[in-house]
Write a protein that binds this ligand. Sequence first.
Ligand code: ADP
Ligand code: ZN
Length: 766
Amino acid sequence: MLWAILWDIDSFGSTGSPLAGFLESLLDQLDGGEAAKGREAVPVLLPVALDQTYDYFTPPDAEAEGLRPGAFVLVPFGPQRRIGVVWDKAVGDGKPVNRAKMKAIECVLDVPALPEISLGFVEWIARYTLAPLGMVLRMMMSAQSVFEPEKPRFGVRYVEDAADPPRMTPARQRVLDQAADGLIRVKSTLAHEAGCSTGVVDGLVASGNLVEVAVPERKPARLDPEHKHNDFTDDQNQAVMALKSAVDAGNFSVSLLDGVTGSGKTEVYFEAVARALAKGRQALIMLPEIALTSQFMGRFEARFGGAPVEWHSALSPADRGRAWKWVARGEARVVVGARSALFLPYSDLGLIIVDEEHDASFKQDDRVHYQARDMAVVRGSLGAFPVILASATPSIESHVNARSGRYRHVVLPGRYSGAELPEITGIDLRVQQPDKGRWLAPPLVHAVEETLEKGQQSLLFLNRRGYAPLTLCRSCGHRIECPQCTAWLVEHRFRNRLHCHHCGFSLPVPDKCAKCGEEGGLVACGPGVERVAEEVKERFPDARVALLSSDLIPTLIEMRQVIKSIENREADIIIGTQIVAKGHHFPDLAMVGVVDGDLGLAQGADPRAGERTFQLLHQVTGRAGRSYSGGRGLVQTYNPEHPVMQAIISGDRESFLEQEIKMRQRGLLPPFGRLAALVVSARDKGLAENFARDIARHAPFSEKITVLGPAEAPIAIIRGRYRWRLLVKASRDLDIQNYIRAWMETVGPIKGDLKLTIDIDPYSFL
Ligand code: ADP
Ligand code: ZN
């Protein structure tokens, strides 16, 4: 199998993991596989990099209960035991099964089976992305604790009429005061609340003043579709009606909810969620990970009287397991999650909302390369329910679909508050230069001053982490690069280290040049957010500054706290990377300054560079003046004539879209044509290049296909691996997957250190 070698077979469920011990103990209770002979065989798919199912005999009768497609089973696999899923049909290389070698399923696990629709979804994604079936299945098993035995948790509760403990200490008294409310608490929590050690709690259990009880299993909050009534504007009402009728129709449809920032898209799509809830269906709201803010959750609770079930990378393993089961059992009514929430085992999903649908973080670029927004649409079509895509700056793809009538176009033209959109001005850096070694041009500095004087907030946006993107030696010109990647090291001054943003390599900032040995000659070139913060603190020493950058605020919880503090006006000047651009509603923010408007435009090979820059700049400037008119945006640029800058400054989105769509049409770029990227990599430079050339030579001829390259990738080396790229362009009516599948059959085996990744609908061209 060609695909088998594209991914390392992972160690999921293999010996050594905590799971392994549990598997061993399970197996001790079973008899051997010999008794299996003569029984029926079923196909089982394993969550590994293979594109086929394996046949296994059914387990002994008693165990066969629950054995149906979708059931999780334990099977011997080579020297290991693994968890797999009973599949609804055999998938594979067509070789006849040797019954003499066939093994038996060891047992059916006591875990909710995957719904039938999930199996179809796995197959669809695998076929579309060309990823092995098993790797797609693996995404549906991303909650390991589901497969581990449930440990009942114990807590303690106050005993009402117990006599005072023999020896009352202040610590004991504090514990008893805390516990007097009769709630069940885990010992460590109670000890923490009372400010003492768990030993004190144990002492009170011994004295009979506290009693140990099982902590009841948590359940998701109850949601009430009627909890809060909103008064909608006429425009909003029309949108609400359109979305509700899509839910009522009870079949597949896609609506593009296209509304300016602050137009009330969230409130409007909540009504569609309420409708789905009222009909007894589950709903999924997908957000770019970083936008899972307390703000959103607070608004959800206000609307539905309870919190949704969350699904994102910051969940603990136990929370993941719980959420997975709630979804499978239908107890989770609404899930709010990042892209991987799409792969939960919904028992009755009836609506998906993809908020900020244009956001590039919906594309996953490792293992299985998929675009979650597009797969959400696929899921809707498989489940025959509506999908709503929401954005203030929809993707060109969704726009084209809305224009052609494939998607319903639901428009919210104005802000709910009635506030005008901010006025945007360009600052031509060729004319208005910042002082030497500074990054803010005089008009921007002046705007910050004015905003401060009015007691309002400013936001300075620069989509670059760290202090400076390049460090060079003044005497010999040496640039400090990553030893493993084609990339400069980025200085992070707070940590006093240089970091590679591609591989994570870092080293302390050196004090002399590694090449010429000159001391004190290293200089930082260009700005990152840390450097802008430094300038702001010098210029406005009395202002309260908040710096938002994902590397400085590592957890979601801390991020939510910082965002909350901004909402509460605890900062005057906010400086941030793209995490400030998305979804937030900062009521007092009056001015947004973009430090480097040209930053995203340089990526020449990326057909979406213009679109993405437009979206980002529009979103970030759209944070200004959301509650009142008079908000403004200033964009520093060296290219004020660039169509993207023109569109941002004039606010003329439609003519920008028009141009962009024409350009895509002419170049047969998505959505008018289809793309796939092939990336070959190896530690040996020649090996990578030769194999890439070999692949290109084998490309079957087709009038509807152009194969570009191979060419050295823009980031030619990552983690010491040399990278070569090919780009496949196909017309829309061609089955690009079939073409590539047939092509790859003719390419020699991928041996040794070579790696080939295939990315259908690529979003990264680096
Ligand atoms: P968008 O998602 O389009 O940026 P939001 O849904 O965040 O817009 O709405 C912007 C602000 O206006 C929010 O504070 C929201 O609560 C408020 N809002 C919008 N529509 C209404 C409404 N009909 N009733 C009350 N508040 C509303
Ligand atoms: Zn690196």
